[in-house]
Design a protein around this ligand. Sequence first.
Ligand code: ADP
Ligand code: GLC
Length: 501
Amino acid sequence: MAKHLKILVITSEIGGFSKSGGLADAVGALSQQLVRMGHDLRVLTPAYACVNQQHIASTAAQSLKVPLDTGEILCRVLESSLEEVHQGHQLKVPIYLLEHEHYFFRKELYGELGEEYPDNAQRFGFLSKAALQLAQELNWIPDIFHAHDWHTALVPYFLMKKRQTDSQFQKSRSILTIHNAGYQGRYPGYLNSWLHIEDTHFHADCFEDHGGLNLLKGGMLSADRVNTVSPGYAEELKTHLGGHGLHPFYQRLEDDFTGILNGCDYHQWNPETDPHIPANYSSSDLSGKALCKQALLEQVKLPNQPQTPLIGMVSRLTGQKGFSFLIPALEEILKEDLQFVLLGDGEPGIAGALEKISKSGANNFSFQLGYDNRLAHLIEAGSDLYLMPSLYEPCGLNQIYSLRYGTLPIVRAVGGLKDTVEDYDQKTGKGTGFVFQEPSSEDLTRCVRRALKNFHGQPKSFSQMVSSAMKKRFQWEEAGKEYLKLYRRALSSEAANNPRT
Ligand code: ADP
Ligand code: GLC
């Protein structure tokens, strides 16, 4: 039988502890899956202010000295776990929470009022440094250091350097998973020495980017393997248009860069068992869905019109999600016979524009500002259609949740959206949603009209689509197997001593 692996996951957020978006959902569910498969996987993440103190076993704290160029910082690592009962067994993912009052005990994870915290490079550089130190302190040397996104992209670099001086780490390999290549961790070059980036690695083929520092770029060139969260996005990243300025570097990784489609955590997102919605339902009995719609309309103060199609959207309010062409399209879209509820939090400019529309007299549009997990579940369950018009989308989880809830997604054909939603084909009547191509108000509006036409004019085909959508599954079991192959490929290859150039 293949050896079970020791895996240390280093992440800036994880479901059950901290969350700003899908990163938390994906890292949490993947970690649980790998533990189910029998691996010794542990997670290192910050002890933010939002981490519920009750989860922490305070007796099990580990002290840690993290070396920085200004000297060592002495901190504590608290122990907790992500727990589930699987096939009658209690399974635990050990979670190490890195405590640092100044860096992590803040109101938000990354910033406030649309502004990033100015010391994010130091905060997450500190987390990345702590990963290697923790492994050493625990005398538990992982086979795999699995880093996620720019925040922990320094981990592969630190491991590469560590291998040169410490024989214990010779066999360890690093994986960097990119959940969002639009965020790269760009900072002034003078932070190099604070972050322990060597001058010889501060050049255009490594960490340097237009005079500054690019943590994602240097991290991906140092990692043993890199992947992103859908095959579609992996292809886009290699192109000039989709590579967020880094396409030559994705191309350079060749076969060491792949796409693995995220799964969906169907324990959390299942209309048959969801505790957050007023009535459960299944594809064979949708009566509960009608009750959810009624409750949703009441909660968001829209008139109770069960026959009118209701479009839902839950989103971070940021450019990535297509607001630049959605907002100008809303006036036209809201003239249609529909209702629309949008829950979101993020950039004040986008929130302000949506608030203005909701107050401008359109009585079929409700904008809910804030972060509300229960309402997010209710929107998935109570809406008829779900809108996700992203400019780019590495994977996207909300459209996958929508499919499971029989809420047909209207999406743009990018990244993971293209990989998970099948466009309605008028000739065959088949499909699981409605897909449009261009990032324009016109194309979006046309697609919304196409969906409405189907809802009103072809009720039979609409309900067939709902039924096919609800049968679709994107399992973490499958993704877990792919990650394992990736780990094994990394472990069987020579370790690099320098970033790839
Ligand atoms: P992204 O990670 O880019 O934000 P995803 O579709 O992968 O996009 O995941 C978004 C996750 O965050 C989903 O679980 C979604 O329900 C949740 N989410 C986003 N915004 C909110 C919000 N305002 N309130 C509650 N949940 C939200
Ligand atoms: C990111 C992406 C999103 C993806 C999520 C989880 O936040 O924007 O598309 O689903 O990570 O991988």
